[in-house]
Design a protein around this ligand. Structure first.
Ligand code: FO1
Length: 322
């Protein structure tokens, strides 16, 4: 374990979903581009209407570009839905809402992929065009697809999450394509840096957004082997998930909906844990289990919140910020 001294090293953040995109934006506000790599979950990706849709990459991209729609939590602000309307008239699916500006992202990505560019190359291209200097990297260039087992059958992620609105009871989660999905090149390179200072697990759904990343070939072992601090931010506040199905999912998977369950999920991986000030009573119990616990405001309403949480997270693991 490298000494926990204040250092100006490189940080790798694991991000998925809306909470992940928010903290990723906060980290990008306090770390120069050369000091941060944001590795994003691609288990939610799917082919739809001939387009390759990458929701979690787009959430981070739009958030970093200041284009995200804060109300919806996904897609682009000032959106219109003319193309989707016309698709409906043409008898095409409308269950997955694709806005006109968002559609441009899927078109720009899909044809480049069909031309043979990798997801990493396309993501670097598109984030670059949007003026994003920080590295937004898919967890793998190989397709990984999250599926949820309900009482009847396996659902692909967007069918479960959007079409079925997370209503079916979830019995199990699996990630098709792993093992067999290598770490994306920039992700592996970031982890191999000798100035790697910390790994941040953003406040994303551990089962649906972080586990797919950890399922990438050799990833979990590589993270632990590095011997740098790994800090996870709880996605729960006051025993509830701020957004999404985590609360319901924890119950269905036989877990309690509290910070202990989240800490246990990351046992052996994250030695540091950030919980919200509303849950400060959990700190002692978590510390007794051997965790370094930081109590902070983890609810991020605006850019200041995102930045101050990022500062709290980084200082908890001795990483200097500007
Ligand atoms: N989520 C929904 O609940 N309904 C939608 O119609 C929807 C469309 C959509 C389009 C593009 C995109 O990037 C994300 C979209 N999402 C939608 C969110 C998406 O399902 C989730 O962001 C992630 O997959 C889970 O965090």
């Amino acid at each position: 374990m490298s000494p926990n001294r204040a250092n100006s090293g490189h940080v790798v953040a694991l991000s998925g979903g809306v909470g992940g995109a928010k903290l990723a934006t906060g980290l990008a506000a306090v770390l120069a581009p050369e000091r941060l790599t944001i590795a994003v979950n691609t288990g939610d990706d799917f082919e739809h209407l001939g387009l390759t849709i990458c929701p979690d990459i787009d959430s981070v991209t739009y958030a970093l570009a200041g284009l995200n729609d804060p109300t919806r939590g996904w897609g682009v602000q000032d959106e219109s839905w003319k193309a989707l309307e016309m698709l409906g008239r043409l008898g095409e699916a409308q269950w997955f809402n694709l806005g006109d500006r968002d559609m441009a992202m899927h078109i720009a990505r899909s044809w480049r992929l069909r031309e043979g560019e990798t997801l990493s190359q396309v993501t670097a291209r598109l984030t670059g065009e949007l003026g994003i200097a920080h590295a937004v990297v898919p967890m793998s260039d190989a397709p990984v697809r999250t599926e949820v087992l309900t009482d009847t059958d396996w659902l692909d992620f967007q069918t479960y999450f959007v079409a079925e609105q997370c209503k079916p009871i979830a019995r199990e989660v699996r990630f098709l394509g792993t093992p067999g999905a290598a770490q994306a090149p920039q992700f592996a390179q970031a982890l191999a840096r000798d100035d790697l200072a910390a790994i941040v697990i953003c406040p994303s759904n551990p089962y649906l957004s972080v586990d797919p990343i950890l399922a990438v070939d050799g990833l979990r072992k590589a993270l632990v082997a590095k011997g740098v601090p790994i800090i996870a931010v709880s996605p729960l506040v006051g025993g509830k998930a701020l957004k999404g199905p985590l609360g319901k999912l924890l119950g269905e998977l036989g877990k309690t909906c509290d910070n202990r369950a989240i800490a246990e999920h990351y046992a052996g991986l994250a030695g540091h844990f950030v919980i919200d000030q509303l849950d400060s009573d959990d700190a002692e119990d978590l510390r007794n289990s051997g965790l370094c616990v930081t109590v902070a405001q983890t609810i991020m309403h605006d850019a200041d919140d995102r930045e101050s949480l990022a500062r709290e997270v980084l200082s908890a693991v001795g990483v200097e910020v500007v």
